[in-house]
Design a protein around this ligand. Structure first.
Ligand code: PBE
Length: 312
């Protein structure tokens, strides 16, 4: 009970652990051993790592980030003997919500833009080895030959671009309303000037079919649905197909699908990008300032992946 209250106070006031410990009259707040009997035992990193059962709560097996997490497990000594629990991003978000409600420690695969950073007070752990890279760009790619076959669609796809803040706001609204397609429609209605810039000088077509491949995460679902609406306004008949990242690159490379707004480059899907390079056309970023990494609730007193403890 006592422990719980102190933990609560620490969270509510936003005080650092060392300040709380200092307030308790501890001599050396920086010495992890000093906190052994002061009611803060569970916040020392060893115990936090053990309490998390040396497990990262991951997402979908096919996600690019699942592989990047494995790289982190292999490269960080602090993660020796750790495992990644793979399931789905929905399951990860449920686990994160549950842990935060109980103020339990948890470490999750996180990325932005995503509403998780608006909904919960969480922070990325520093990644001194740079496994997760710095900034990610979300790119628009099209199949080779699209420029000649569908110059009008090509021009529009080439122009699609969103500011990070715009996307974050849309994703939060979509989370509250639980309907990304509707929020995409609303966004198109409210941003007719931007849409007019994207379609300026582009001739309409009559029912030309185009297939856009997307990966099943919120940001891509929003931008791809906006693209669909804009292309439909120009007379295209648009099919959206959700797939795993590896299938996305393969479909564009073989010409089965026409375009995608979903590749995250360089860290998340960089290996796939290189594997298929030359077999698709890169139209540049549709969003900049994206990021992936490992995140923890802000009440956890660790800041870096290296603050974790190996399982041995
Ligand atoms: N993500 C979100 C995806 C790309 C976008 C980071 C979860 C992935 O890992 O493939």
């Amino acid at each position: 009970m006592f422990n719980f209250k102190w933990k609560k106070l620490w969270v509510i006031t936003g005080l650092s652990l060392s300040l709380v410990v200092a307030g308790c009259g501890q001599e050396d707040p920086n010495d992890a051993n000093a906190s052994e009997d002061d009611g803060q035992t569970e916040t020392t990193t060893t115990n936090v790592s053990e309490k998390m059962e040396y497990t990262i709560t991951g997402i979908d097996p096919g996600a690019g980030q699942t592989e990047t997490n494995e790289k982190a497990l292999a490269e960080y000594e602090s993660l020796a003997g750790w495992e990644q629990e793979v399931s789905s991003s929905g399951a990860m978000l449920t686990a994160l919500d549950g842990a935060i409600n109980n103020e339990d420690p948890i470490i999750v695969a996180a990325w932005s833009p995503h509403y998780m950073f608006a909904k919960w007070d969480i922070k990325y752990l520093e990644d001194p080895k740079g496994v997760f890279g710095e900034e990610e760009k979300i790119k628009t790619v099209v199949r080779n030959g699209l420029k000649d076959d569908m110059p009008n669609a090509y021009t529009i796809l080439d122009r699609l671009y969103w500011e990070l803040s715009v996307l974050e706001e849309a994703l939060l609204t979509a989370q509250e309303e639980n309907d990304i397609e509707q929020v995409a429609q609303q966004w198109v209605d409210e941003n007719s000037e931007t849409v007019a810039e994207w379609t300026e000088g582009v001739e309409s077509v009559e029912g030309t079919s185009i297939e856009i491949i997307l990966t099943p995460w919120e940001a891509e679902t929003f931008t791809t649905n906006v693209a669909k609406i804009v292309l439909e306004q120009q007379g295209f008949n648009v099919t959206l197909t959700p797939v795993d990242p590896s299938v996305m690159f393969e479909s564009i490379a073989t010409g089965d699908a026409d375009a995608s707004l979903s590749p995250w480059i360089p860290a998340t899907h960089g290996a796939l990008y290189e594997e298929y390079e030359g077999q698709f056309e890169d139209l540049g970023a549709n969003l900049e300032g994206a990021k992936i990494g490992l995140a923890v609730p802000s009440y956890m007193d660790i800041d870096s992946i290296e603050d974790l403890e190996p399982a041995e």
